[in-house]
Design a protein around this ligand. Structure first.
Ligand code: G1P
Length: 294
């Protein structure tokens, strides 16, 4: 089958973020900041770098701040203009990447990641591939973003591509785990949150996916799995019976699990150290910090 070009990405943002309470009581977890930008802004820019022009947020009534962040704020812009603070306008104009449209659909019930993706089905054509980015995971690369690299692979293979990363054996229970064969990382099995004994490997699914449209069809029939939720990983495992799927190893970059407090703090420290304006001063501060005295 010949597919349409890859231009759409689904971002599931309906989760309530209970791990970050009380911070996330009134603020969506995707709006937590790393240095000076909310997590979701990094993710949308990563998608845009990969050539994505249509972002589909799968969202919840409590998450309006995300849509507001990517919308125009007339009063604020007028006020900055009146006060002659045009320099403050620059970061505002950089929020939404040029040429990117953002739409949202609702996930009425928290039935799992697979169900969230399925909520976007009406916006994906039958012959259309699509990307999925999980906003909890930040992927930093000094040259080219993770999804842009995966899109290059997809253009060569025209089949599903999934980012994989090794995790310590005792952490496999937190992730989708893949078994692969051969140097091209062909995926042979996928299990969502296996026990340490059942895990086929320690290669975890990181939160960046490019799918052929077939996975959407399979999701319609996917039964609840791990944790009683409709799991994307289970539909992907079904897809393996019909199509080839490749793992993608993200080399030369680093991932940060910002759904976890420690990962989130690490992202803040490392993104601040890389920041063109702040980096040097922040490094000097860290070098001089006597942690024993705190
Ligand atoms: C989800 C996926 C899992 C993946 C993980 C990456 O799990 O279901 O396969 O490994 O994201 O962060 P969650 O973190 O939503 O439990």
């Amino acid at each position: 089958m010949s597919y349409k070009p890859l231009t759409k990405a689904i971002l599931p943002v309906a989760g309530l973020g209970t791990r970050f309470l009380p911070a996330t009581k009134a603020i969506p977890k995707e709006m937590l900041t790393v240095v000076d930008k909310p997590l979701i802004q990094y993710i949308i820019h990563e998608a845009a770098e990969a050539g994505i022009t249509d972002i589909i947020l799968v969202t919840h009534s409590s998450k309006g701040a995300i849509e507001n962040h990517f919308d125009k704020h007339y009063e604020l812009e007028k006020e900055l203009e009146l006060r002659g603070k045009m320099d403050r306008m620059v970061p505002l104009n950089e929020i939404t990447p040029k040429g990117v449209r953002i739409v949202s659909v609702r996930q009425p019930e928290a039935l799992g990641l697979g169900h969230a993706i399925l909520c976007a089905a009406p916006i994906i054509a039958e012959n259309e591939p699509f990307a999925v980015l999980l906003p909890d995971v930040l992927m930093h690369h000094p040259v080219k973003g993770c999804l842009a690299q995966m899109a290059e692979t997809y253009e060569k293979v025209h089949t599903s591509v999934v980012a994989l990363e090794e995790v310590p054996q005792d952490q496999v229970e937190k992730y989708g785990i893949a078994d692969v064969k051969g140097p091209d990382l062909r995926i042979t099995e996928l299990v969502e949150k296996p026990s340490i004994e059942e895990a086929p490997s320690n290669l975890s699914v990181v939160g960046r996916y490019i799918f052929t449209p077939r996975v959407m069809e399979l999701l319609k029939h996917t039964k609840p799995g791990a944790g009683g939720e409709i799991q994307l990983t289970d539909a992907m495992d079904d897809l393996l019976k019909e199509e080839v799927m490749f793992g993608f190893e993200f080399k030369g970059g680093k991932s940060y699990d910002c759904g976890d407090k420690l990962g989130y703090l690490q992202a803040n420290v490392e993104y601040a150290l890389r920041d063109a304006k702040l980096g040097e001063d922040f490094k000097a501060y860290l070098d001089a910090l006597e942690t024993k005295e705190i």
